[in-house]
Write a protein that binds this ligand. Structure first.
Ligand SMILES: Cc1cc2nc3c(=O)[nH]c(=O)nc-3n(C[C@H](O)[C@H](O)[C@H](O)COP(=O)(O)O)c2cc1C
Length: 392
């Protein structure tokens, strides 16, 4: 497995001290009251033209301040990096002012909130970015149709070294803005087929310069972006999200376990606040014959079987596990020390008081999927707390 003896002894230590959902904890220097994390979720409720966060968003996030930690929707670092009109951006003064209202309200309710910072790379339509060509490590388009328009994705422009420098600087400036907006930390979006992930995976990165080829080279962009965030917030307030076997946005890596091992080994050296790892979701793979998908690529569960068992031995720092975790599985992952925290997305939408529901054994609700990305207050700010529901 290539895991060092020091990291496995740290793992033993953690296993002895397995946690429950209701233990307080620390992600780097971010102190939190429980082990439930609200996962990053794009909800497109901000201003679609300016990307300015609004009062509706402040209410939404504050409603979920019972979670130990809130991760925001992915927040774009430039107009060119935004696949989702209505996401709150982090590049303009007005956006910073909008986010200040969000962080203040969450803090007033006793919550902690970390901005997820993001560049969409090739996963964007030209019409969302003023007709420009999307940027990517290589000129390879997403082969699957766009989720909403059902039309083809554009062929992106292969980034020059100058483009790379510009984007890294945009990440740094985004971090400066996030700090000014009052966030408790920052998470680099390295998952789900966006720019950082596009550099990391060999299916989307065919470069022949120092940003392509070996995993050391493919991870270079990730670490340059991460180091830019660290230069602003300090490592103890910086996290990252990874999805090594994720297929969303037509992603593929021929050896995700080896890639992950390298990235985690390097992350470990930087002593960052946390790493969130998402396992693949079955809906991301369209067919499964003979262990291969429709493109003849090896299926995720063949590449990394028993996903959640594989991560802890590779990383002794603070680990958040994600995707499809319910209360029972989350309790097991925490008790065995396989995870330090669990992040919840869909359950955090429909259950703003999820920590209390877990504590009291109350029923949990599922969200209205037709209102994930639109609907204003509906399907956003109108999910009840369990107590409120009982009083009706
Ligand atoms: C509506 C919606 C929007 C999402 N947006 C993001 C996002 O902006 N950034 C991100 O890293 N993941 C995003 N995700 C993925 C979630 O963070 C999470 O990884 C995934 O839903 C699996 O967790 P779950 O099983 O608890 O829902 C989104 C998921 C949903 C349902």
């Amino acid at each position: 497995m290539g895991c060092s003896s020091s990291s496995s002894s740290a793992v033993q230590e953690i296993k002895k001290n397995g946690a429950t959902f209701f233990d307080s904890g620390k992600l780097g220097s971010i102190e939190v009251k429980n082990r439930l994390v609200m996962a990053a979720m794009t909800r497109c409720r901000g201003d679609p033209t300016t990307g300015i966060p609004n009062d509706l968003m402040a209410d939404y996030y504050a409603q979920r301040a019972d979670f130990g930690l809130i991760l925001t929707e992915c927040s774009q670092i430039s107009p060119l990096s935004n696949a989702f009109p209505g996401s709150g951006g982090i590049y303009s003064k007005e956006q910073v002012e909008g986010w200040k209202k969000v962080t203040q309200k969450v803090h007033e309710k006793g919550g902690k909130i970390v901005l997820q910072i993001w560049h969409s790379g090739r996963a964007v339509l030209k019409e969302f970015i003023g007709g420009s060509d999307p940027l990517a490590p290589s000129a390879i388009a997403i082969r699957t149709p766009h989720a909403y328009t059902k039309g083809p994705h554009p062929v992106p422009k292969e980034m020059t070294k100058e483009d790379i420098k510009t984007v890294i600087e945009e990440f740094r400036q985004g971090a400066v803005n996030a700090k000014e907006a009052g966030f408790d930390g920052i998470q680099l979006h390295g998952a789900n087929g966006y720019l950082v992930d596009q550099f990391l995976k060999d299916g989307t990165n065919h470069r022949t310069d120092e940003y392509g080829g070996s995993i050391e080279n493919r991870a270079r962009f990730l670490f340059e972006a991460l180091d830019a965030l660290i230069s602003v917030f300090g490592a103890d307030k910086v996290g990252i999200k990874l999805s090594p076997t994720g297929r969303y946005n037509d992603m593929y890596d021929s050896n995700p376990l080896e890639s992950l091992k390298y990235v985690l080994k390097e992350l470990e050296k930087r002593k960052i606040a946390f790493v969130e790892v998402k396992r693949h979701n079955k809906t991301e793979v369209s067919s499964s014959e003979n262990g291969k998908d429709e493109h003849g690529q090896t299926l995720p569960e063949v590449q990394i079987p028993n996903f959640f068992d594989q991560i802890r031995p590779l990383y002794s720092g603070t680990l958040i596990l994600n995707d499809g975790v319910d209360q029972k599985l989350g309790e097991e992952l925490l008790a065995t020390g396989k995870a330090d925290f669990i992040s919840f997305a869909k359950l955090a939408i429909a259950n703003p008081d999820l920590p209390n529901r877990f504590k009291n054994g109350w029923e949990v609700a599922m969200p209205d999927f037709s209102l994930l990305f639109s609907g204003g207050e509906k399907g956003y700010n109108d999910y009840h707390r369990h107590e409120a529901k009982k009083q009706e």
